[in-house]
Design a protein around this ligand. Structure first.
Ligand SMILES: [Zn+2]
Length: 210
């Protein structure tokens, strides 16, 4: 069997990753006549239950699986294929950075490709520290062709230049470097910012790390 093809859509928050994924799925369903299974991690609560959704309200039904159990992706696929009496051609996964541990979602995607499924993932590349978020960037290593890598950009909330870093604020203030990767209370908001405007109090000076 031919190995499937992987497309990785990645970028900052507010770069319309989910909207791009939804458009791609609609095109492949309507014109490519593909059967597509859409999956999202349960830890992503922002878009509501049973849907993937972009900030402009564009949404699409999705199956939810626990973000800490990537193997359940196989259970959903088997269950739905049995129910529908036909196999999927493509597996689409949104918010891929929320799956943990990173190695096991990496292996899951690799196995889906080996089984012959095409896979499309969308994910946040960097966290609020500007460091790799989950498995998103590593998955690019499974793509066959540079054209299958879609890097989306946001605009900096402060200066309007290209803004590739998520700025996390709690009660309006930049959170310090040693904060947890995921929310821990307080009024939390995010902005896209450029490398110049991004604020991260307490960030280690890499030039002096030995
Ligand atoms: Zn800026």
């Amino acid at each position: 069997m031919k190995r499937g093809k992987l497309v990785v859509i990645y970028g900052n928050m507010f770069s319309n990753k989910t909207g791009t994924l939804i458009n791609e799925i609609e095109t492949l369903r309507n014109y490519g006549k593909k059967r597509i299974c859409v999956i999202k991690p349960k830890t992503d609560t922002r878009s509501g239950t049973g849907f993937i959704k972009n900030s402009k309200g564009l949404q699409m039904e999705a199956f939810e699986v626990p973000g800490n159990t990537p193997s359940e992706i196989f259970d959903v696929i088997r269950r739905e294929e049995l129910k529908q009496g036909s196999d999927f051609n493509i597996i689409a996964i949104d918010e891929v950075q929320f799956f943990t541990p990173p190695l096991s979602i990496f292996q899951t995607v690799k196995e889906l490709l080996r089984k012959g499924y095409d896979v499309i993932v969308a994910g946040l590349s960097l966290d609020f520290k500007g460091e790799p978020f989950g498995v998103t960037l590593q998955l690019i290593g499974l793509c066959d062709d540079v054209r299958d890598v879609i890097n989306l950009h946001s605009r900096c909330h402060e200066c309007g230049e290209q803004g590739d870093l998520p700025q996390r604020l709690v009660d309006g203030n930049p959170v310090p470097y040693n904060s947890d990767q995921l929310k821990v209370g307080g009024e939390e908001t995010y902005q896209a910012r450029c490398y110049k405007c991004h604020e991260l109090p307490g960030k280690p000076d890499i030039e002096h790390v030995s």
